[in-house]
Design a protein around this ligand. Sequence first.
Ligand code: FES
Length: 244
Amino acid sequence: MSLTSKAAASLIRHAPRQQLPALRSTTATVQKRSRADDAHHPSASNAPFQSPFHRGTSNSNDTTVIPSFAKYKSGSESGNKTFQYFMVGALGGLSAIGAKNSVQDFLVSMSASADVLAQAKVEVDLASIPEGKNVIIKWRGKPVFIRHRTGDEIKEAEDIDWKSLRDPQPDSDRVKKPEWLIMLGVCTHLGCVPIGEAGDYGGWFCPCHGSHYDISGRARKGPAPLNLEIPEYDFPEDNALVIG
Ligand code: FES
């Protein structure tokens, strides 16, 4: 029912009884005209809704259509690959440089500092040590005995039947120059510092438990199981000794 027909029906329902015939005639005329208008303009009542927006896959203006990037594409396939290879190579090179620097920094941080390296070696002026005397120096926190041996002491050290000792070692294996005996001053029993020019063999004596060492520093008596240790050393010049 159209809007005009509804209005006419409402007017008849609420009109006084005396006016009903006239009103019915009038409303009938209006309804006829309304129907004629409806027939003349079908879009006003029954036409389907037409959206102003174009949606749907069949329309070229549809917003769901995938846009084309053809104009951004490179015309050359080999040019693309060259660029890709360049980028991969450049990033690989940068990564390798970064890794190398990281490893290098780590290794530098792990190496000994300058003051530690300075303590690793000790230089001694041998000209200041007279024959037949002992000198004790400190090297890496340990005492080092330096003995300037006499000719008699060298002969005594060499004449011993070293094969019968508890730690068999010839004197020639313990010295680089026969007159200079260089040893760590640490008892091989439990680590005390032996006393020089003492003991039954004219070498060193450890008072802690009574170990005796001869003039070559070899264990001869007492609980010490091994000879006194020989550190690394060298003679860069005639009267110069470098320990370490
Ligand atoms: S520590 Fe030298 S004899 Fe025991």
